[in-house]
Design a protein around this ligand. Structure first.
Ligand code: KG4
Ligand code: ZN
Length: 334
């Protein structure tokens, strides 16, 4: 029997995504970003939902065209239920519900954070991690250590008590006057910098949790002090600053990840979410010889609908469908 053909929609934050999957294979994966937020140095929720509203129809159309399928051929439509910005989630969920009703197709609701992790199961050249594995999920809104025992069994071992890792990259980049989102820019500059030039203190957090707001504050005070002495300090030192900040964030993440893997006796270790696109973090993970490490393809790290589609694939197999009463949920737990 042919595997299910699923249309997946992602609209949790500032990227409008649509993808078509046949089983674990991605037939198309379209993402429309939103440059409208750049000048504000962060995502403006009201503008994000308006842009989703403008983008959703053409993005879905393109995904169907690129996959070479008609909407009638689809076996189900999946969407991101949460977590995320409510106004953004409502656009994707309303669209999916209307689509499902008009075409009489089953509806599948997906947790965005689970989808980031399940992106590892998209068909590709590398084998997916075997269960159980540990996943460090790092995005603009979340930083979590998760023990994954099955496609629908997730145990959160630890998480951030304040800012997310991506938020730390973005807020520190903003202090240095880099464009939003700052993570990719810090990554790029860090390649030419000395990661040991500036030292920033590590937070003291219990168990397997994280904290990044202290780092942001110490970078802010350090730069204020240096800029008073030399107004060009940031410009003159930007590559070393980027490299030092990036190293500190990676060291904080890797320390807790190692602890989690050791405590659970698990050697299959993965990363997921937007910050897993970071070249320093990818290298740090792959340098752990005691582990088999799993790093997603770049296009499946930052927000995309293919990951929603793979998560829906597992739900389709189990017959886990929802109905028109399904609601978007900004604070959806795993
Ligand atoms: O998963 P994602 O696309 O959206 C959320 O669900 O939040 O993650 C976005 C985050 C942003 O904070 C962005 O700066 C960060 O991922 N990011 C990076 C890199 N690429 C994206 N951070 C560091 N290095 C990168 N190369
Ligand atoms: Zn995300």
């Amino acid at each position: 029997m042919k595997e299910a053909l699923i249309l997946a929609i992602e609209s949790s934050c500032d990227d409008t995504g649509a993808a078509v999957l046949r089983g674990r294979k991605v037939l198309s994966n379209v993402v429309a970003g939103q440059s409208v937020h750049e000048k504000y140095g962060g995502i403006v929720p009201e503008l994000a939902s308006r842009s989703h509203q403008q983008n959703i129809v053409p993005v879905v159309q393109q995904a169907l065209e690129r996959a070479g399928v008609t909407k009638e051929e689809l076996d189900a439509v999946a969407f991101t239920k949460g977590p995320g910005l409510l106004g953004s989630l409502l656009v994707g969920s309303s669209f999916a519900k209307a689509f499902s009703m008009a075409l009489n197709k089953p509806l599948i609701e997906i947790n965005h954070m689970e989808a980031h992790i399940l992106a590892h199961f998209i068909e590709g050249e590398t084998p997916p991690p075997p269960f159980p594995f540990i996943c460090l999920t790092v995005s603009g809104g979340h930083t979590q250590l998760v023990k994954v025992s099955a496609p629908d069994v997730f145990e959160i071992l630890g998480e951030t008590i304040d800012d997310a890792a991506g938020e730390a990259f973005d807020k520190i980049a903003k202090i240095m006057n880099f464009p939003f989102p700052g993570g990719p820019m810090i990554d790029k500059l860090a390649k030419d910098g000395n990661p040991d030039k500036f030292a920033f203190a590590h937070p003291k957090v219990p168990e397997l949790n994280f904290s990044f707001s202290g780092l942001k504050t110490s970078v802010l005070y350090f730069l204020k002090k240096e800029v008073l002495k030399n107004p060009n300090f940031i410009e003159e030192n930007k590559v070393d600053l980027a490299a030092s900040v990036q190293k500190t964030i990676i060291d904080i993440l890797m320390k807790q990840l190692k602890k989690a893997a050791d405590q659970n006796g698990i050697t299959h270790v993965a990363i997921a979410g937007g910050v897993s696109a970071n070249s320093g973090l990818r290298a740090a993970l792959q340098a752990q010889n005691a582990w088999t490490s799993y790093v997603p393809k770049f296009e499946f790290c930052t927000d995309n609908a293919a990951m929603i589609g793979i998560a829906a694939h597992f739900k389709f197999i189990k017959g886990e469908f929802s109905d028109q009463s399904s609601k978007a949920s900004a604070r959806l737990e795993m």
